[in-house]
Design a protein around this ligand. Structure first.
Ligand code: 6R9
Length: 660
């Protein structure tokens, strides 16, 4: 596996980088000795540790007396079970009286340079209250689901917080997803109201969004009302009785800027976020109120060492978990200033990020390896053009960061002064699990370093026993943590089976990893049939079913292939129905079809037509072989004796040569 080769190179590299003195001095966790002591404390007394953190970081309307009730096999996990709190009150109300009322909560940088909006905590509070009142007026109440299909505009953060204020569960669908993906998600969670926009501004273009909504809602009877934000001002269709404009509804006379909040139970659902798994349709990962917010705030504070006058920027889209936890909930719970960015790193020029860093004097900057790799290709002149000396801490998330990209980021963006925190976590974990602490941990490029205090991460063998040093195995977490998912929406059995079945009493992450002699974790990538494209998870099964839904396709198998920018790309093997001619035109059509079914992130890099797929006698596709061909490793296919028809391999290899 190519990932393994990369890991090998990384491990043989041996470079380490100690925390800079300046960062270390004032850090929340300021030495390895402190880290070890905290880790030991949290390990011996997890309940005491998490209760303390939660009380310190959050405002509880009704303090909890129970900390943890957990059974990792059923599974049934409850954190802070008898406490009551509200997320928007924690992110907004309390900052109105703690000296932060006039502090910037969100600095929004739109794609056009001049499109900047600053929301102080007071301003954000008022907008959130108005939106919460609007949702109530539309009939949304505690426990109802609200779908958000919005670009990276302030209305998205406002709508999220408004949902939390009235106890509604939001489900954000990334605005790059197609009508079909939107429809599947709305249908699964039975959303009552949908918030969307006319279009997304991206790379200098207005990409229509509302048309997807109209298509999706044809078969979504649960949605009663649709609120539309005017972002680009393009022509759209408004459906009488269903669609209303955000700006009109929010300005209505009876919409007040004060809205009493619901006191929620700690275990009430906060949001659902869909993520790809190895089989079937995407899973609706459910996060709850008290544990998630504790975890988001705790990790934001320790991992990014956020101080009160810092400007913090995370470049993720709020449509993914990273944006949920590290643009909105974590930073706002801490009363920090969070930058929200609309657009892409390379438009209008490949110095978009650096321009923003310079303009707002960003101190903490969190992005993904895929963005670093793309910007690296454009050369060092772009970061050099800007004063980046405000930066104190850099972060990385989404996939393993290769040492070349790490060094480029470290030297050209951080000026060799800033630690890079490489943060391993997942939609399911709610927040960062394995990461350096910037004032404490010596860094090794390519390693996410050590688990945070309170995170019982480990590597186990297939039989569940502990792996030894440097022995690759399954990444698991052996104890509950507050941010962990509480369910798969509407499917308790899938929840149990996916995460708690294989290794009893443990959470199974689905990643392969190893731990070196210093206790550093090296993540090798997914062990299941999930492809990580630009840090985004896509299930091969989803892409295959999209392909097979095309009238010309008989069968399809999809695997990941190495991609220099995206990390992994999509390689699809397609068998056509008899009588259908192979052609470049059809290939293009299939690419377009997948983009339409799932979204542009699922665009296949390669489509190889083939007369057959390598199958075992029992009919299972041998993906191992397909992966090797996609990677161009055609010398040794290992044991192929279980193949029903070994000649398939030769024709696949020939077919690949024809492609090049
Ligand atoms: C936060 C997020 C989760 C999967 C995860 C793993 C990969 C994320 C990583 C990383 C190596 C890192 N991943 N961060 N691999 N090093 N620092 O990305 O959530 O979209 O659910 O993806 O991403 O494979 O299992 P999500």
């Amino acid at each position: 596996m190519s990932e393994e080769n990369t890991i090998e190179t990384m491990q043989h590299e041996g470079r380490t980088f100690d925390p800079p003195k300046g960062v270390q001095q004032n850090a929340y966790v300021a030495s390895m000795a402190d880290y070890e002591a905290l880790y030991a404390r949290a390990d011996q007394d997890p309940e005491g540790f998490w209760a303390e953190r939660s009380r310190e970081l959050l405002h509880w309307d009704k303090p909890f007396t129970k900390v943890l009730e957990a059974d990792m096999t059923t599974p049934c996990i409850k954190w802070f079970g008898d406490g009551k709190l509200n997320v928007s009150a924690n992110c907004l109300d309390r900052h109105l009286t703690d000296g932060r009322r006039n502090k910037a909560a969100i600095i929004w940088q739109g794609e056009p340079e001049d499109d900047v909006k600053v929301f102080t905590y007071q301003m954000l509070y008022t907008e959130v209250c108005r939106c919460a009142n609007l949702l109530r007026k539309l009939g949304v109440g505690r426990g109802d689901r609200v779908a958000l299909y919005l670009p990276m505009i302030p209305e998205l953060a406002i709508a999220m917080l408004a949902c939390t204020r009235i106890g509604a569960t939001h489900s954000i669908v990334f605005a790059g997803f197609s009508a079909v993906s939107l429809q599947n998600r709305i249908d699964d969670c039975q959303a009552k109201v949908l918030l969307t926009a006319d279009a997304v501004l991206r790379g200098g273009r207005a990409i229509p969004l509302k048309g997807n909504v109209d298509e999706a809602l044809k078969t979504c009877p649960s949605v009663e009302q649709c609120v539309v934000v005017k972002r680009a001002g393009i022509d759209i269709r408004m459906v009488e009785g269903r669609d209303i404009w955000w700006h009109e509804a929010m300005a209505a006379e009876d919409i007040s800027g004060e809205c009493p909040y619901e006191k929620m139970d700690a275990e009430d659902p906060l949001f659902i976020l869909y993520t790809s798994g190895s089989t079937g349709k995407p899973k609706g990962v459910v996060h709850t109120t008290g544990g998630y917010l504790t975890y988001a705030a705790h990790t934001t504070q320790w991992v990014f060492d956020v101080k009160d006058d810092d400007v913090y920027m995370c470049t993720a889209d709020v449509g993914w978990i990273t944006g949920h936890s590290y643009i909105v909930y974590g930073p706002l719970a801490l009363g920090a200033t969070s930058i929200m960015f609309e657009g892409v790193p390379s438009f209008p020029k490949p110095d978009r990020f650096w321009k923003i860093v310079e303009k707002f004097k960003v101190n903490i900057f969190y992005t993904a390896p895929t963005a670093i790799r793309a910007l690296m290709r454009e050369g060092t002149d772009w970061p050099k053009k800007h004063d980046l000396t405000s930066l104190r801490i850099l972060g990385s998330v989404g996939e393993p960061i290769n040492p070349e990209a790490w060094m480029w980021y470290y030297e050209n963006v951080g000026g060799k002064r800033t630690p890079i925190v490489d943060t391993w976590w997942q939609t399911e974990t709610g927040g960062i699990m394995i990461s350096a602490l910037p004032g404490a941990t010596p860094l090794k490029p390519g390693s996410a370093t050590r688990p945070l205090p309170g995170v019982a991460a480990a590597i186990v063998r297939a039989d569940g026993s502990d792996a030894g040093p440097d022995e690759g195995g399954h990444l698991v977490v052996k104890k509950p943590w507050p941010g962990m998912l509480r369910g798969v929406f509407g499917d308790p059995e899938r929840y149990r089976k996916t995460y708690f079945d294989r290794f009893p009493g443990m959470y199974e992450a689905g990643d392969g990893a190893r731990v070196d002699k210093d206790g550093y974790f090296w993540i090798m990538g997914r062990l299941d049939d999930v492809i990580n494209v630009s840090g985004h998870r896509l299930g091969t099964a989803e892409i295959e079913s999209a392909l097979v839904a095309h009238p010309s396709v008989a069968e399809a198998a999809v695997v990941g292939m190495p991609h220099h920018i995206k990390g992994q790309g999509i390689y699809a093997y397609v068998t056509l129905k008899s009588g259908i001619e192979e052609s470049d035109g059809l290939r293009k059509e299939l690419v377009g079809h997948v983009r339409k079914e799932i979204g542009p992130i699922a665009t296949p890099e390669v489509i190889q037509f083939t007369d057959g797929l390598p199958k075992t006698r029992s009919g299972k596709i041998m993906r191992r072989i397909l992966r090797k061909i996609a990677e161009g490793q055609i010398e040794d296919f290992g044991d192929t004796s279980t193949l029903a028809d070994p000649t398939v391999i030769t024709s696949l290899v020939e077919g690949k040569k024809d492609l090049l």
